[in-house]
Write a protein that binds this ligand. Structure first.
Ligand code: HEM
Length: 468
């Protein structure tokens, strides 16, 4: 059903915005519209309708809200359009080649071990705030794998150099999204919030510049080049010099295919997309498993079947045996998709069932709501990993479950993310029992680029085995 003239309803808080979209879908049906002035947005909910847009190479451009990311990510892979996007996607795809991912495994394990050591210090506490613990680990992973460098320190200054300005920036962008009079750069630039945004951007720029300079230096001293990409096959455990996505970009710079500005926008894009999404996924999964003791026990049994009572290090072969853990990760991404909302800008009419969606429309996908469709996922609020056993997926429409989006503009880091999540979760669950503090029903979600709650998420960590 279509809804007309309701644009004024969007002047609401980010929390209301999150829940109203779900209420509006319940009231207006599987295909509904928000419009006003020259603005028009259509929401799709049915997998068959979603497929029409996401699977097509004709509807690849992102829509207006993504422009609020421009001051920071400029036209990196996430936000760019047309030929620029195509060129960059082609350039960056080899960095996620299966062989390169295998090569990253050693780094995933190092950071998983560091996280275990950090969590070990939390076991006597009544509660631990998950996000600061986890996001430091995932930022470490992306810095080392994609950028070939370390975050530089483990202490407060990392928070000041990256996390605080990042959160300030996200806040300024949402502040702007909710105030239509600030959509104009000419007006926004005179606001106090623009000044706060500028300061945050300056701090983040220093962090990025340091990462690129650091890698340039390292390459000069170690004769690194992506020419040796074939050599990595037998080097899963990391004895050869480490190749990073940034090396690929720096090589392309030499060929004249990308400049310093282009490299900076991709470094910012991958630093953000590569750590905040995985941190979010891990935090919600840890919280949920803490509230699902029976499922935790099943994962523990799977770990025992793989490792016995041994505390030996994880191998890449072990990961492929973790079938039940993989179902848990998928179920967690169903209930808590790190990217809860995606949107495309339609430049030409598109036929969706009986409706013609006209050109110049934003087509929105509320992934959080799509994943709670009771016709596809019965009892959607229940955490049931078995939904993702191969036999239970066969008859499910491929566009019913889209945590990594789908089609030609899906998440480039999907395989990277799944490998990282498995490595981190299996390392934590071999060592710790999770006990509930925050309950699923305590969560209040709020609108943001990634899935966020209004309050921190806490769990209690207890030793599963005595500390080594
Ligand atoms: C659980 C983890 C992750 C989830 C749920 C996730 C989800 C997504 C989704 C839904 C999109 C589409 C966004 C849109 O259309 O607006 C996307 C795009 C993207 N993701 Fe991920 N992502 C994850 C991890 C990663 C990682 C680890 C990286 C990098 C190493 C990454 C890099 C990107 C990039 C660069 C894009 C833009 C791709 C393009 O437009 O061509 N993501 N991701």
């Amino acid at each position: 059903m279509f809804l007309f003239g309701n644009i004024f309803d969007i002047f609401i808080t980010p929390v209301q915005m999150f829940y109203y979209q779900i209420e509006w879908r319940k009231s207006f049906g599987n295909l509904w519209k928000l419009n006003g002035f020259s603005f028009r947005a259509v929401y799709l909910y049915k997998p068959e309708d979603i497929e029409i847009v996401l699977s097509s190479t004709r509807y690849l451009d992102k829509s207006y809200p993504y422009t609020f990311l421009y001051p920071w990510l400029h036209e990196g892979l996430l936000t760019s359009a047309g030929e620029k996007w195509q060129h960059r996607r082609k350039m960056l795809t080899p960095a996620f080649h299966f062989l390169i991912l295998k090569r990253f495994f050693a780094t995933f394990c190092d950071h998983a071990q560091k996280l275990v050591n950090t969590v070990q210090k939390e076991v006597n506490k009544d509660e631990s705030d998950l996000f600061p613990l986890i996001s430091k680990a995932t930022l470490g992973v992306i810095c080392e794998t994609a950028m070939g460098t370390t975050t530089g320190d483990d202490g407060d200054s990392l928070a000041n150099k990256y996390f605080k300005p990042l959160h300030t920036l996200a806040w300024t962008m949402l502040y702007r999204v909710a105030r239509i009079w600030y959509y104009s750069d000419a007006i926004f630039q005179f606001s106090g919030v623009a000044k706060i945004q500028k300061d945050a951007l300056n701090t983040l720029e220093k962090f990025t510049t340091h990462i690129i300079q650091d890698r340039r230096e390292y390459r000069k001293n170690n004769n690194i080049s992506t020419e040796c990409i074939d050599d990595v096959e037998d080097d899963v455990y990391g004895k050869k010099p480490k190749l990073a996505m940034l090396d690929l970009l720096l090589d392309e710079e030499k060929k004249g295919n990308i400049d310093e500005k282009g490299i900076t926008e991709e470094v910012d894009t991958f630093m953000f997309e590569g750590h905040d999404t995985t941190a979010t996924a891990l935090c919600f999964m840890i919280m949920r498993l803490a509230n699902e003791p029976d499922i935790q026990d099943k994962i523990a049994a799977e770990m025992k079947s793989i490792f016995g009572d041994s505390q030996r290090a994880l191998t890449i072969e072990d990961l492929s045996k973790m079938k039940y853990l993989e179902c848990c990760i998928k179920e967690s991404l169903r209930m808590y998709p790190s990217v809860p909302f995606i949107s495309r800008y339609i430049k030409e009419d598109v036929q969706i069932g009986d409706h013609t969606v006209p050109y110049n429309t934003m087509v929105n996908f509320n992934v959080f709501d799509i994943h709670r469709n009771p016709n596809i996922f019965p009892d959607p609020e229940k955490f049931i990993p078995e939904r993702f056993l191969p036999e239970n997926c066969i008859s499910r429409h491929p566009y019913a479950y889209i945590p990594f989006s789908a089609g030609p503009r899906n998440c480039i880091g999907q395989k990277f993310a799944l490998m990282e999540l498995k490595t981190m979760m299996s390392s934590l669950l071999r060592r710790f029992k999770l006990e509930p503090v925050t309950k699923p029903e305590d969560l209040t979600f709020t609108t943001d680029v990634v899935l966020r709650t209004t309050h921190p998420i806490y769990v209690r960590f207890r030793n599963r085995i005595s500390a080594l």
